[in-house]
Design a binder for this molecule. Structure first.
Ligand SMILES: *Cc1c(COP(=O)(O)O)cnc(C)c1O
Length: 406
């Protein structure tokens, strides 16, 4: 017989940087009956979602919603805009940037992978000046796209996308700008239109607080134009039919009806709180988390002050301490899941997610679990990170906005 106890007392703390906890309101919305995706009620749902999602991306351009994980939306961005053998510039910020580059190679485009050697590049944001230099050297305009990750989930580094746009403009280069904000959306400020992004890629299970299963491409007129002549094979991912049918709230195939109920609810929740309040809440929690790590005397993976992620914090364990063992102890003793070190950082760090449906006490419980687990693992801590985070939160607290009392 299976001896796993999947339901220990109390609630599980899912503090990985995606999937993030799904709020009850969204779970309830997802439990509505599945309806006819060609019927009139579905059209109303589709139009409602389409009308609301643009605000979250800060765009007036078409948003394509796929019944797929984020990886599918990565593929969609590439196959809709590029042709076999096209050169693309990609930038190595961490594990997710590396996976996107591997995908580009498998699809038959030719990425040039910029970045610093070893793990140095995995501690910093995209260096826009390096991109600018490469584009200026490409007088023949062989490079068709620049692809960067906005919030690198493997490291906790958020890059300056407006600076990448300025670099492309300064080089007077026609390359498309494609940005993965799968884990940044609805947690870190993001502006598809203002930053002149041609294709934004995102997903449902991070800042949007939904289960995994839907993902997004946001287009620009230039990206749509490129898709008319791009020759990589595409069918399921092709934008033209989806964009056309979405105008009336429908899809060319069966969409994820129940996740779209959840998305409508998530959009309401995010816009009710106010996007700027959502971003400020994430910044505040991230600062308190960093105060804890510094008090412990441990190193934060991101070394650039301006690039600390509001979504997650990467915590390096001291030399000789296996970060995966620390995570395992924390999971077994305190029913708390943390993110593992990925790729080059396996065993060297763990990741604390503080995104989506997260507040002060969620973070404090998480930090308590981390602190106890670090001590159990025998990691010498300089001081209490929990105390440091409490002081920080206490000093910056305001009463939560609520509906007026009657
Ligand atoms: C989660 C994530 C992905 C992968 O998305 P899946 O939904 O797992 O396919 C890609 N890029 C980033 C930055 C992510 O955080």
């Amino acid at each position: 017989m299976l001896q796993l106890n999947l339901h220990p007392a109390g609630r599980h703390f899912l503090q990985i940087p995606g999937p993030s906890p799904v709020p009850d309101r969204i779970l309830r919305a997802i439990s509505y009956p599945t309806i006819d995706h060609r019927g009139p009620e579905f059209g109303a749902l589709g139009r409602r979602v389409m009308a609301g999602i643009g605000a979250v991306f800060k765009t007036k351009q078409p948003v394509v919603i796929y019944p797929a994980s984020g990886t599918g939306a990565w593929e969609a961005a590439l196959v809709n805009t590029l042709s076999p053998g096209d050169a693309v510039l990609m930038y190595e910020t961490g594990h997710f940037a590396t996976l996107w580059k591997k995908m580009a190679e498998r699809l038959g485009v030719v990425p040039e992978f910029l970045g610093l050697p070893g793990i140095e590049g995995w501690r910093r944001g995209v260096q826009a000046d390096v991109i600018e230099r490469h584009l200026k050297a490409d007088a023949a305009h062989r490079i068709k796209a620049v692809c960067v990750v906005h919030n690198e989930t493997s490291t906790g580094v958020t890059s300056d996308i407006a600076a990448v746009r300025r670099a492309i403009d300064a080089a007077r280069h026609p390359a498309l700008l494609m940005v993965d904000t799968i884990s940044g959306l609805a947690s870190a400020d993001y502006r598809h239109d203002e930053w002149g992004v041609d294709v934004t890629v995102s997903g449902s299970q991070k800042g949007l607080m939904l289960p995994p299963g839907i993902s997004f491409n946001v287009l620009s007129p230039k990206a749509l134009k490129a898709s008319e002549s791009a020759r990589l094979p595409k069918s399921f991912w092709a934008w033209d039919e989806i964009v056309d049918m979405n105008r009336n709230g429908y899809w060319p195939y069966t969409p994820s009806t129940n996740l779209l109920y959840g998305l409508a609810e998530a959009i309401d929740m995010i816009l009710d709180e106010g996007l700027d309040n959502v971003f400020a809440r994430h910044q505040r929690l991230a600062e308190a988390c960093r105060a804890a790590v510094r008090a412990w005397g441990l190193e934060i993976q991101c070394v650039e002050e301006a690039c600390h992620s509001p979504v997650l914090t990467g915590v390096m364990t001291p030399e000789g301490v296996d970060a995966d063992r620390v995570r395992q102890l924390i999971y077994e003793h305190f029913n708390l899941s943390l993110g593992a070190g990925l790729g080059k950082l396996k065993g060297r760090m763990f990741r604390i997610g503080h995104l989506g449906d997260c507040n002060e006490l969620t973070l404090m419980a998480t930090l308590s679990g981390c602190e106890m687990g670090l001590r159990l693992a025998g990691v010498p801590l300089r001081a209490s990170g929990v105390a440091a985070a409490m002081s920080q939160l206490q000093a910056s607290t305001r009463p939560a906005a609520r509906a007026p009392a009657h």
